[in-house]
Design a binder for this molecule. Structure first.
Ligand code: NI
Length: 199
């Protein structure tokens, strides 16, 4: 007995609903660029603004964000850190499981003391990291971060051109996201919340 047109339509309709459901169950993309599995930015060994030697592993259990810059940067660095400060506020108590790291690309001028004043000024939990010139070059290469002195490079009045994105690691220390400069605090907070929800 042939199925009635009505019944056929009902089956078709149900199939469409199931398809729609299937589509909805897929994870929406992150706001930031998903770089899970990338074979760079695997870690670092640097000194923090209290003088302690630090590696990425020290921050396991937290979502870690890494930004490269320098304290005399007039615009890009303060903007990036202000946005991260806003992200921390948006995350509320969840922010306790987020560690914001600022790695200087200007170790000649950014002393431990400078970093100790600079990074926590945006949020007292932010940590500034520095290395020797060689360590700085090494970590920048590992993260594929560009930096170069510019302007008056004859003395100590130079400026530094540098990459502006932020790298995000999940709580297991795995590289996950690259946040473009000046992404909104709202969108960054959304992404970090998702990573925090994973574990
Ligand atoms: Ni900067």
């Amino acid at each position: 007995m042939p199925a009635s047109p009505l019944r056929y339509l009902a089956v078709l309709f149900t199939s469409c609903l199931l398809l729609a459901c299937g589509t909805d169950e897929r994870e929406p993309p992150f706001n930031s660029t998903d770089i899970t599995g990338a074979n760079y930015a695997r870690g670092f060994t640097l000194t923090d603004h209290t003088g302690a030697r630090r590696t990425l592993e020290d921050y396991k259990g937290k979502v870690v964000t890494v930004f490269f810059g320098f304290t005399q940067c007039p615009d890009v660095c303060p903007t990036a850190l202000s946005i991260m400060s806003d992200v921390m506020k948006r995350l509320g108590s969840e922010s306790e499981r987020v560690q914001v790291l600022f790695i200087t690309v200007d170790p000649e001028r950014d002393t431990q003391e400078m970093l100790a004043h600079y990074a926590p000024a945006f949020d007292e939990r932010f940590v500034g990291l520095y290395g020797t010139l060689d360590e700085t070059a090494e970590v920048a290469k590992e993260f594929r971060v560009y930096y170069a002195k510019a302007g008056d490079t004859s003395g100590m009045n130079y400026t530094i051109d540098h990459s502006t994105g932020t790298f995000v690691f999940d709580t297991s220390g795995k590289l996950r996201l690259h946040v473009r400069h000046a992404e909104t605090a709202e969108k960054i907070a959304e992404d970090l919340q998702r990573l925090l929800a994973e574990g």
